[in-house]
Design a protein around this ligand. Structure first.
Ligand code: SDX
Length: 380
């Protein structure tokens, strides 16, 4: 045992494990850059297809490059029959469990499954990015007793997701909403699921195994599961007048208000605002202003004192209300996060492969030492 206790950083809080060129996060001021570009520019001026290229190639695409990756995504959306068969087997499972299982089957049948080169990983990441929306929507339709809807090559990534989910062409505004949502969920440095995916890549395991790992970690309500919990909270609260008592009861009992707080951001999460305004206009448009009013009251009144402790809304606080107003079932909220995050997980794995070292931290042993082994007959 070491002469003196080592310094422990529980939750690896504040620990830098490596360098990265994926994204820059300044939690004190609420700043986020993807490959050097500000999230505010990307959320409002870019498209998810452009972000996939930016993340996986490190620069914004030219028109021909964008056309090529968009074409590859559209051509890669269909699922192998083995995946559809498995989705039928797990049709009554939680959509995140079904997604985790389906990605695992993709890994069994991918033609480059044994190639962990950076180039093959990029190609596999683009394929998984294209296929995950099809998995999420096909599983939902199968569990609902409906046939899966084949991808429409005439629609972009966001529009096709909604089309395969509902079986009808979404409006331009609905497609833009989902496109912005996928953009702001695409990458976020060493968050729990991306770090877990990097750990898998650091053992030189394959990308599909890393993505399965990421899905399993993202499912947790303290990470990806918050959007579903936020909307459940809003439905429980019912009216803005109930928000204060409801939140007080949770916090006084040691609970957490979902959609608030962040390990890194101690100012507002720069992604949240891109969904707040859209939630307000969609709430009005759908004739259900109460959801925006409830969540706005929570943010501006009830939780305002917590800003002094660096607790602000995070990316998931407003997203859930938008999904709800679009008619998306609440247990699909986390899978939507995964749809956006596939390029980020892929990039993190590519970075790990490029200059690999196995990720293996220490834990300080504080248990008993050198005990005598007593045969079972003598253990009383
Ligand atoms: C994302 O990491 C990423 O980058 C994640 C993400 C990404 O893009 O991948 O950005 C995605 O942001 C999703 C996060 C969604 N999760 C939630 O909304 C769940 C609710 N939030 C928390 O559980 C919490 O804020 C965490 C887990 C997100 C962060 O936890 P930390 O950094 O470990 O902070 P902590 O648990 O040490 O809390 C510090 C204090 C505590 O009070 P004290 O014990 O010091 O008195 O703040 C309090 C906490 O009780 N606190 C909250 C709170 N979050 C923290 N109190 C009430 N409600 C909350 N939501």
């Amino acid at each position: 045992m070491a002469d003196q206790s080592p310094q422990i950083f529980r939750g690896l809080r504040g620990v830098y494990a490596d360098t990265t060129t994926s994204s820059f996060i300044d939690g004190e001021v609420g700043k986020l850059l993807y490959r050097g570009y500000n999230i505010h520019d990307l959320a409002e001026k870019s498209t998810f297809e452009e972000i996939v290229y930016l993340l996986l190639y490190g620069e914004l695409p030219t028109k021909p490059q964008l056309a090529e990756i968009d074409g590859t995504l559209r051509a890669s959306r269909s699922l192998p029959s083995e995946v559809i068969d498995v989705l039928k087997v797990v049709k009554d499972s939680h959509p995140m469990d079904a997604l985790r299982t389906a990605v695992s089957v993709l890994g069994c049948v991918d033609p480059e499954r044994d190639d962990n080169s950076v180039e093959a990983t990029r190609r596999k990441g683009i394929r998984i990015t294209a296929q995950v929306p099809t998995i999420v929507t096909a599983h939902h339709r199968i569990r609902s007793g409906q046939d899966p809807v084949d991808p429409d090559p005439g629609l972009n990534h966001a529009g096709n997701f909604l089309y395969m989910l509902f079986g009808e062409r979404p409006t331009e505004e609905e497609m833009k909403l989902m496109d912005v949502d996928f953009i702001i969920h695409a990458e976020h440095g060493s968050n729990a699921s991306s770090f877990a995916a990097r750990v898998a890549a650091s053992t030189v395991s394959d990308l599909h195994s890393a993505v399965v790992t990421g899905v399993g970690v993202l499912k947790g309500p303290w990470h990806g599961g918050a959007a579903e919990a936020v909307m459940k909270m809003a439905l429980d609260i019912g009216t803005p007048e109930n928000a204060e008592a409801y939140a007080r009861n949770i916090i006084d009992n040691g609970g957490r208000i979902m959609g608030f707080g962040h390990r890194v951001y101690k100012a507002e999460d720069p992604r949240a605002g891109h969904m707040r305004d859209r939630s307000e206009s969609l709430s009005r448009q759908k004739g259900q202003p109460q959801w925006f009013q409830i969540l706005s009251h929570l943010e501006r009144e009830v939780m305002r004192p917590y800003q002094a402790k660096g607790i602000y809304v995070n990316v998931d606080f407003w997203a859930g209300s938008i999904y709800y107003l679009l008619g998306i079932p609440d247990d699909l909220f986390v899978p939507i996060f995964a749809v956006g995050r596939i390029p980020g997980w892929t990039l993190q794995c590519m970075e790990q492969y490029e200059d690999n070292i196995i990720i293996r931290p220490l834990t300080e042993y504080v248990g008993p030492m050198d005990l005598e082994y007593v045969p079972i007959e003598d253990r009383g």
